[in-house]
Design a protein around this ligand. Sequence first.
Ligand code: KIV
Length: 273
Amino acid sequence: MSTENTMAPRKITTHVLQEMKLKKEKISMLTAYDFSMASILDNAGIDVILVGDSASNVMSGYTTTLPITLDMMIYHASAVMRAVKRALVVVDMPFGTYQGNSREAIQSAIRIMKEAGANAVKMEGGKEIMESVERILSAGIPVMGHLGLTPQSIHKFGTYVVRATQEEEAEKLLEDAHALADAGCFAIVLEKIPAKLAARVANEINIPVIGIGAGAEVDGQVLVLHDMLGISQKFSPRFLRRYHNLQEEITGSVKAYINDVKSMDFPNEREQY
Ligand code: KIV
């Protein structure tokens, strides 16, 4: 008899995330944009992989998330989907593909689901984008909301400082969170807002709330992979915990390789035919 474990890993669905909230089991989420990294994350047991439009920054070198296109997002998402067996894969709808009108929004979301094979989409904003959110949900596409610091609106905000510290903005955020939950979104990301406000949202709405710079009293956490691994070092907000200094490690390896090539240490006799 084979001793090989043939049990497939339990696929994470939006329903599993809902159960995790009810059981108070925290949800882990990280970004990935390519096959190799997505494969490592999935095998490590991450619950949710976000193909974030932060790819615009960390993969393409733009200073904001605005330039990334729908075709680029579909390219990244397809590569991630080919790697993932267990995690729920959520894909960011890029700037300009859903804010204009709900007809364009549904077409963009359908392309992400059909061409990349994604499990869900994420959209930034509250009541302003509700028509698009509802139309996408009505097509059976799961939607994750995103409130607080929404990087696609950086030119409106002017800076990346903490959002919703004033009562008026905090009230609007609460209303938007309720509206997204009532519309049928399966989860919401809250970015860079006071921990107390995030805790209140997580308590008041019955869908999972995933925080990034939103404190511990939410249902899960998300970080940008390149930031937490220390590949990109420019970005150091207080909420970022760095688990590695991969930039230093990779630089060391590349320097050692250069040295080995120049000194003719590489390849040696065992490394040739
Ligand atoms: O694009 C992204 O990586 C995100 C996270 C910061 C939540 O939206």
